[in-house]
Design a protein around this ligand. Structure first.
Ligand code: AMP
Ligand code: MN
Ligand code: MN
Length: 344
């Protein structure tokens, strides 16, 4: 599978970087693989896939994420119980550190960032990601912003190295691709994303289960949460926005990850140029942003507040309080307003 495919524009690159990755990994006997806080399907699937490929009798591979809960929509994935929280790691004695789907070290959370910096001083750091805003903080940086998901990159790397992809690994990888592309519907979806998805289907991926869990089946608590959150929705100029408070989570019996799909839903609001979902937390707001408008780059907007991401999906954090929230709404609404000259 794979290497005969000359349709992949950067196949030579993938061969080379894949060799580099497997060479570095072959020297490791105790590997730590991390992904970001508030993990999404791509983050969880990437670390699980990595563990499957690289763990062996002679190599332990620990996998961990920054603070946040694993979304219930991913409960069909195998080995979820192997995932630890970075803050709970019992040892930091590793010989290789791998970050997946993280644009910078800070995406692993405060504790994670300290561990990454500390380990980075003495061991090799591998950084595999598809965010344009990636800071290339690793010793080996495999960054492909053309990829719709980190799992797309991993599939290409595994294929280039002739890794045998069984049906469970294929399901894990396809879950990451489906999650980040909302079921192959985002503009980040390319012909190569479809090629990779087809390869994974041929390898036995269970697309039906992935689609049901990621996009259809929801706990009742999620439905109750959405009801409250959508009830509060409003337009701030051309920005459609709403918020999730701790009280709303408690009333619905939901956790924060159950709000994930709301901002994508809001982005489809006719007349809105961008959508924002603000999660109120004790130490400030976590913001998720989306846009369907070609001329609105939410990564740039999130960057104004120290965040980042992709042009269509990005995020940032704000300090606590209603003033900080309102300032964010004003600045974003102002930035995305169509100027009279550009409105035709
Ligand atoms: P989310 O809204 O949490 O689904 O995130 C959308 C995209 O923006 C993802 O690709 C994230 O990796 C990225 N992102 C979210 N929050 C941040 C942040 N604080 N800094 C950098 N990138 C972020
Ligand atoms: Mn992610
Ligand atoms: Mn991703």
């Amino acid at each position: 599978m794979g290497i005969e495919k000359i349709s992949w524009g950067n196949l030579m690159n993938y061969l080379e970087v894949s060799q580099a990755l497997f060479e570095v990994a072959s020297r490791s006997s105790r590997m730590l693989v991390l992904s970001h806080a508030n993990p999404d399907a791509d983050a969880i699937a990437s670390i699980l896939a990595f563990q499957r490929v690289f763990a062996s009798d002679s190599r332990t591979v620990d996998v961990a994420i920054g603070p946040g809960t694993i979304p219930a929509t991913l409960e069909f994935l195998p080995d979820l119980d192997r995932i630890q929280l970075i803050g709970d790691l019992e040892t930091h004695e590793y010989d290789l550190l791998v970050l997946l789907d993280c644009a910078d070290e800070g995406r692993t959370g405060e504790v994670g960032e300290q561990i990454v910096i500390e380990l980075g001083k003495r061991i090799t750091v591998v950084n595999i990601d598809h965010h344009v805003t990636n800071r290339e903080f690793g010793d080996l940086n495999i960054i492909d912003p053309e990829a719709a998901a980190t799992c797309e990159i991993l599939t290409l790397l595994f294929e280039a190295n002739n890794v045998e992809i069984d049906s469970e690994l294929a399901t894990i990888l396809l879950a990451g691709v489906q999650g980040d592309t909302l079921g192959l519907r985002t503009p980040s979806t390319t012909g190569r994303t479809l090629d990779v998805s087809a390869d994974l289907l041929y390898a036995g991926a269970d697309l039906h289960t992935i689609v049901d869990y990621l996009f259809r089946v929801r706990p009742f608590s999620t439905i109750k949460l959405w009801g409250q959150v959508l009830y509060r929705v409003s337009m701030h100029g051309p920005l459609v926005w709403t918020e999730i408070t701790p009280e709303m989570l408690e009333a619905a019996g939901a956790d924060e990850s159950e709000g994930e799909g709301i901002v994508n839903f809001l982005a489809g609001t006719a007349g809105a140029r961008a959508a924002a979902l603000l999660y109120q937390k004790p130490d400030g707001w976590r913001v998720s942003m989306r846009s369907l408008a070609d001329d609105v780059d939410v990564a740039e907007l999130a960057g104004l507040f120290g965040g980042g991401g992709h042009s269509r999906a990005a995020g940032c954090s704000l300090e606590a309080g209603i003033d900080a929230r309102n300032r964010f709404l004003d600045i974003v609404a102002d930035r995305i307003a169509l100027s009279p000259a550009s409105a035709d």
